[in-house]
Design a protein around this ligand. Structure first.
Ligand code: CA
Ligand code: CA
Length: 185
């Protein structure tokens, strides 16, 4: 009986999802992707693909930077591929180490040594691409290098470093997820 209820619930949820898609297409006469491509970024934000980016030159600690981004309906930038990394670098002066949204949750490897260095993005993106400098990340054995700066050194690669440093940062706002501002439609 419990399984029957679960199946019925799944069927209802699935049906509602289909209904939502149908309504979107009826109202706009476009599929979801077309609608997203038509959306605009806020003034002073730069659009690339289905994302809006903004570089903030005023230095802030990593968590302050992330919260500043969140107040704007954004997160510190995640980086999913080389093209995005190159684009982020194009937004900032060459010798400007800059916070992005990568962090690991473990501050001290003395407490949980096997859990240190598991990187994630503050916007929930799966951490699959990276552009570490040679020898990085080097958080072990202390583990407190738990946030990531890009454009580090003359190679403009990634470095893990203490989150308490104040650095410029880049926010990213998705145009088609929970962070999207309905007013932009
Ligand atoms: Ca760490
Ligand atoms: Ca490092």
């Amino acid at each position: 009986m419990a399984m029957l209820k679960s199946c019925l619930l799944l069927f209802i949820i699935f049906s509602m999802g289909n209904t939502e898609v149908t309504i979107t297409r009826d109202v706009n006469g476009l599929d979801g992707l077309d609608v997203d491509l038509a959306r605009r970024c806020p003034d002073t934000w730069i659009k690339s693909g289905l994302r809006c980016y903004k570089f903030f030159s005023h230095p802030a600690k990593w968590i302050t930077a992330e919260r500043n981004c969140q107040r704007l309906g954004a997160n510190l930038a995640s980086v999913r591929k080389k093209q995005e990394n190159d684009f982020l670098l194009s937004l900032l002066p060459s010798s400007t180490p800059t916070w992005v949204g990568a962090h690991d949750a473990i501050v001290s490897s003395n407490v949980c040594p096997t859990l240190n260095g598991h990187w994630m993005w503050s916007d929930g993106t799966v951490f699959s691409y990276s552009h570490w400098c040679a020898g990085e990340p080097n958080s072990n054995p202390h583990g407190y290098y738990s946030c990531v700066e890009i454009s580090y050194s003359s190679n403009r690669c990634w470095n893990d470093i203490g989150c308490f440093y104040s650095k410029p940062y880049i926010c990213v706002k998705e145009l088609r997820d929970r962070h999207a501002d309905p007013q932009l439609l």
